[in-house]
Design a protein around this ligand. Structure first.
Ligand code: NAD
Ligand code: 89V
Length: 343
């Protein structure tokens, strides 16, 4: 079997999950890795047995020999690296957040289009087993037509120890975590036309906002609330679970703590546990996110071989990223923002 060859740029905190995900795919092999930090390069190279190691992405692309690149660096380098991939006509996956600005993100989509390469944003939360289970219930019609929804992520987990850069940015929770929740809202309720948001910073030791409450008008008439917090000290820490509430014309759905799903419809109430799989390399409580990494990478490999656009393509993710921009604008101005004005 000829394997699809990949290269990965950015061997930091999260990339280890991506390397495990690629290792699990029988028809994909990561043949080269790159990090400007030689220690991270050595650690990941040794852990996953990758011999071709580069401190410069330019040198790695110049040597070539891979069918796609997986960009797992932090946001500041995303545009330059996607444009580098496009200049070499190499299909690219880019981690969220898409780019520093919406203008950068649009330029990246244009560069990929001009080069004729697929571009996928690694927006993995919609690939979490519990979120897929919620989508399946909606699609089954069990609760009828949804008219109201809530996507909620409230936690007091210390994300700063593993990702210290999160404490330093002027923007924090909407850009880093809310971006996933907003994408889940689009996945479940469709595209949104208007955004109203409020933000707070509760933790005095960080630079950005750590609480956000967002109200979305979806094109199909659904109203949703997306609320996120890293300042919520709960009796039982739910990190990194997303809770979902949906009211429909024929019933209701609730996804709550410990992945408990309750669907109440005309036939009565059905309760189940839609727990993610604990992959052999995964560890609690991250296993939910880790499984979604494996699933989105499988999706990429399938779509790449079929020549079809991935679900969270750059083009698609502009609509999620526009919601991020709209939320910051709305909170800053105290106004409701029309999404069409941004796209
Ligand atoms: P990190 O700082 O731990 O790792 C980034 C690595 O990239 C570092 O080792 C750094 O040296 C390297 N790097 C940066 N610029 C480079 C360049 N131009 N060339 C080569 N190497 C370069 O960061 P992280 O926590 O692993 O986050 C990386 C990305 O993953 C971020 O965009 C973050 O938002 C995202 N992330 C996504 C999820 C998810 O569930 N999708 C979870 C966590 C983090
Ligand atoms: O998924 C993420 O993007 C992570 C975390 C869950 C910590 O917010 O940065």
């Amino acid at each position: 079997m000829t394997k699809t060859k990949g290269a990965l740029i950015g061997c930091g905190f999260f990339a280890v999950n991506q390397m495990h995900g690629w290792q699990d795919l029988a028809d994909v092999e990561i043949v080269a890795i790159c990090d400007r930090d030689p220690e991270r390069l050595r650690i990941v190279g040794e852990q996953f047995g990758v011999a071709r190691r580069y401190q410069s992405a330019e040198e790695m692309f110049a040597d070539g020999g891979f069918d796609f690149v997986d960009i797992a660096t932090t946001v500041g380098s995303h545009r330059a690296l996607v444009e580098l991939a496009a200049s070499h006509k190499v299909p690219a996956i880019c981690q969220k957040p898409f780019a520093p600005t919406l203008a950068d993100a649009k330029a990246m989509v244009a560069a990929a289009d001009a080069a004729g390469i697929p571009l996928m944003i690694h927006e993995n939360f919609r690939w979490q087993t519990p979120i897929l289970a919620v989508k399946a219930v909606l699609d089954s019609g069990a609760i009828g037509e949804p008219f109201w929804g809530r996507v909620s992520f409230r936690s007091g987990f210390d994300v700063f120890s593993g990702q210290p850069y999160l404490a330093k940015g002027k923007r924090f929770i909407i850009e880093d975590l809310g971006i996933h929740s907003l994408d889940i809202a689009r996945f479940l309720f469709g595209d949104a036309s208007r955004m109203t948001a409020r933000t707070r910073r509760i933790n005095p030791d960080i630079a950005g906002e750590d609480v956000a409450t967002m109200l979305l008008d979806h094109n199909n008439g659904i109203t949703s609330i997306v609320d996120v917090s890293y300042a919520s000290k709960l009796p039982e820490e739910p990190f990194p679970e997303t809770f979902v509430e949906i009211d429909g014309t024929k019933g209701t759905l609730r996804l709550g703590k410990d992945y408990k799903l309750t669907v109440h419809g005309r036939e009565g109430t059905v309760q189940s546990v839609v727990e993610p799989n604990l992959l052999p390399w995964a560890s609690r409580p991250w296993h939910n996110i880790q499984e979604s990494v494996a699933l989105i990478q499988k999706h990429w490999a399938e779509r790449l071989s079929q020549g079809r656009e991935p679900d969270t393509s750059g083009r698609d993710n502009l609509k999620t990223f526009a919601l991020v921009k709209a939320a910051y604008l709305s909170a800053e101005r105290g106004e409701t923002i029309a999404i069409a004005d941004l796209l």
